[in-house]
Every structure is written in C-alpha cells, then in structure tokens.
Design a protein around this ligand. Sequence first.
Ligand code: PT1
Length: 280
Amino acid sequence: MQLRLGARILVLDQPRVMGILNVTPDSFSDGGRFFDRDDALRHAENMLAAGASIIDVGGESTRPGAASVSAQEEADRIIPVIEAIARQLDVAISVDTSKAPVMRAAVAAGAALINDVYALRQEGALEAAAELEVAVCLMHMQGTPTSMQANPHYQNVAGDIMEFLKERIAVCHAAGIQSGRLLVDPGFGFGKTDRQNLELLHNLQQLSVLGPPLLVGLSRKRLLGSLTGRSAEQRVFAGVAAAVMAVERGARIVRTHDVAQTIDALRVAKAVMEAGQANG
Ligand code: PT1
C-alpha cells in the first residue's frame, strides 16, 4: 500500500505520522503559537526531524464551535507557510482546507495532499481536487464545526460512516479521482459524542474494507479530556494510547500535534504487530 504525494511515494506498510501545523490565531490546543511564518517553518522542521512524513498546514480551525474564515483570510495565513516549507524542507505538505480557491493556491504553493474535513462537499472542491491531480483525504463529519456537537445521531456509528465514505469515494471516482489518490478518515470528534467516538475507535477495523488507506486524528481532542480530566496540552499520553489502538485496528496515518511521542509508540506497535507474521 502506497500513496503518491507529488514527487514522493509514501509507503504505508508501516504506520506514518502527519504532523499538525496550525496557522490560526484561535487554534484549540496551541493557541496560534505558529502564526508567524518563521515560527511555523521552525515547527515544521522540528516535526520533520522527529519523523513526520507529512506536514498538515491549516488556516481555519474546525474544532467544535469554531467560527469560519474567508478564503482570502485562510489563504493569507497558510500560503506563505506552505511556500516556505516547500522551498526549505524535504517533506510532503498537506493542506487542511475545504475551500476550492484555497486548495488551488495551496497546491500551486507546493501542497501534494488536500485534507478536507467536508470530503469535497463544498462548492467547487470536487472539481478543484480532480483538476489538481493531488492526493485527497475524505473525512466524515456530521453537521458543521459550529453546530456538530449539538445532537449527533447515528443508527450505527461505524456503519453510517462507512456508507458516507463509500458514497464520497464513488463521487470521487465519477469525477475522475482514482482510489490510488484517496485516503479516508472517520473524523473523530466531528459530530460524535464521547460514546460514539469510543465505539467508532473500537470498530475502526471495519473501515479497512473501503479500500483507501485510513487516516485518523485523535490528538488532544475533547474525548481524551473527558477520559482523563486533562487540558488539551496535557492529553499527549492519552493521544498516544489512542493512536496505538487506531493503528492496531488498521489506521495507516496518524494526524498528531505530538510527533516524536507518537512515532516512538507506533514503532512499538509495528514491531508487536509484525511479530505475529514473522517466520522466525
Ligand atoms: C481530523 C482532523 C482534521 N481534525 C483530518 N483532518 C481536526 N483529516 C482538523 C475535539 O473533539 O481528525 N482528521 N483537521 C481538528 N478538529 C477537531 C475536532 C479538534 C474535534 C478537536 C475536536 O476536541
């Protein structure tokens, strides 16, 4: 299993880490500390040195209750950062956006993966992704960031998310985006109660039948706060535990703020999982 990211091939026979680079003044767990371009570049460099395979650059918060920003504002925040990373670091860049104009500007600046929490449902996004010929992560979200935690409802959380992702994969195929360019993500915390998030993680393996590699993001999320009573910055160990459990259940890429810690844990998980297949 592998994913083409521009000139790079990301081999997914071992779990990979996507490092989060928020370029927002209101980011939920790092308070926009990386708003400045040089700070952002330094943070990306640190995550690369710690072993991140992808740097995910986002200019609009999608955490519960977050307000949206204009395409212009989003682009103004992230394009200089993407350009700087593309120029100075040898790493694949992902853009965390749902807006077609931002996708186009980000890919022109050097992004090789569109990470869209709306799974290309916003106006013009499907067409933009098809034309740009980059990789795409399709994520499940029930509702919108402003209201998604109000009253999430499912018949069967993993089953309903499977159906949604199946439909989005079919829509991508019809638009000319082939499976080899896709990743899928069940969207932990996006219109899901704690109970639903836990059930989803428990049943994550079911999503492997969709075909595309599975990406998950649990880093510092509210669920981990509910389970531990800890603030966002203190949820590192909880997030690492969740990442290991996701990888055991088939996740290929883990999106995290805490790259070094997650990579250590995933090395252990990989070794244990492979011990069962070894012939020695
Ligand atoms: C994610 C993700 C993302 N998460 C992908 N992209 C966020 N592919 C942004 C909470 O419950 O999981 N996958 N881009 C961040 N969004 C949230 C959502 C942050 C929920 C926090 C919570 O605390």
